[in-house]
Design a protein around this ligand. Sequence first.
Ligand SMILES: Cc1ncc(C[n+]2csc(CCOP(=O)(O)OP(=O)(O)O)c2C)c(N)n1
Length: 545
Amino acid sequence: MKASDLFVKALENEGVEYIFGIPGEENLDLLDSLKNSPIKLILTRHEQGAGFMAATYGRLTGKPGVCLSTLGPGATNFVTPAAYAQLGGMPMLMITGQKPIKESKQGQFQIVDIVNMMRPITKFTKQVVHGNTIAATVREAFRVAMEERPGAVHIELPEDIAAEESDEYVYQIAEVRRPDADGKAISRAVEKIEAAKMPLLLIGAGANRKRASVALTEFVDKTGIPFFNTQMGKGVIDERHEGYLGTAALSAADYLHCAVERADLIINVGHDVIEKPPFFMKKGQEVIHINFSDAQIDSVYYPQLDVVGDVATTIQHLTETISPQSHWDFDYFHRVRKEVVTRIATYSHDERFPVLPQSVVALMREELDTDSIVALDNGVYKIWFARNYPCYDNNTLLLDNALATMGAGLPSAMMAKMINPESKVVAVCGDGGFMMNSQELETAVRLGLDMVVVILNDSAYGMIKWKQEGMGFNNFGLDYKNPDFVKYAESYGAIGHRPGSYEEFRKVFNAATNSKGVHLIDLAVDYSLNHEILNVRLQQKHCIV
Ligand SMILES: Cc1ncc(C[n+]2csc(CCOP(=O)(O)OP(=O)(O)O)c2C)c(N)n1
């Protein structure tokens, strides 16, 4: 069998549905082999778009998303998506081409050592040097990508290897059961939780999965222990639950942190230090680390007990064994919850125009459904969404607080829509982040996706402006001019809107989320209160007593 045909068969064997990417001449054998495959090739307009879509496929399905590029410049464009998948714990396979390795007449033209370039940002990176190793290499790449902690893997398929003959063989997929946590570790966790006076549950990215959601909801319902989450742990338990204290959008000093500081035990389920810290551990505070792998120690995180194993199963065991204690005291936590709710409500219905980020968040929550998905790019609005947007289900607010890259908002929303065609999907981007991968509007239109892109337009890199002001620097070097986003959308065959008031935004948003096609809403945003609210007032606040 031709090696490239075998490569495609090996991908089919893994259940691959899509390959996202931009082929180069070095991928032409593989491209030809895809012609008769049920795997759909989705062309994008930049390798970043392909990589972010593949990573999001992995994030949402648990199975590696696959993307394809040529050698050299195509492969170097995968660097940011690789880091995004790797840090975000998203299984993804990148396939890149290469010049012939046995005999080539092109000197070193376009040749970069991609296998080594990928090493620090992947779990596995390998060149295929013989057609007969394809089946095993693909199987191993998929296994490693999915193994905890999931991440990025890379296979380089040189042109001459793709064209050679190889033995026809694919490996049967062996189901891997994740090990359960050690019984003694679970017992010690139960003892610590029962002995604590004010235990508090933290939910992080590693718990953002369906089974863990169910298990954690049962745990909280049985024990009554209140919870908060990291940005990437949003929605694991429905945030309308009375035990939800808030999301740690900032690492410290928010109203929520009054509760975190008072807790004598934090039960951390699924957070690891790759995500921005949701709190800084302080001396004397106990933390139990429950995750698929043990805790990576850091000056802000050094838990006293690790419970390592399948997260959902660990929580089920905890729930079965634990007895709610009469000495547990959650009164203070519930009072903090009330304060958080009141603070978030301030400005939520402020109808000024340009709009405040707080009121955009509130409006979108009111207009969207339980299963609607909001995918964020990276900008200062991410803090407002994490803090103020209650999620009702897991993975309904897709954001990246691990690599925290700009440019992933639109491609990740597109992928979310492809996987959830019945749900409303909205990408929220800053004008800066949107422009980093705006060319994927063409892909979205070509794929016939019904979705909405909201651009929060401040003609600046607002997040950095906010930091600049917070650090006492003068406003400098962060402003720019934008294209006319309405005309820009229309030139792609999308539908552009520019509301001129808060009420008009509501009408436009409602109509766009309930109609066909790709809609782009150019929304003028007012960030002038960010510094006062997020820096000054939080630093000056006193925790309720
Ligand atoms: C690829 C990349 N480049 C630079 C940064 C640093 N950075 C973080 S947020 C930000 C500004 C974002 O501006 P914009 O997208 O307009 O959103 P805003 O904060 O204005 O709402 C920058 C430059 C980054 N996170 N990722």
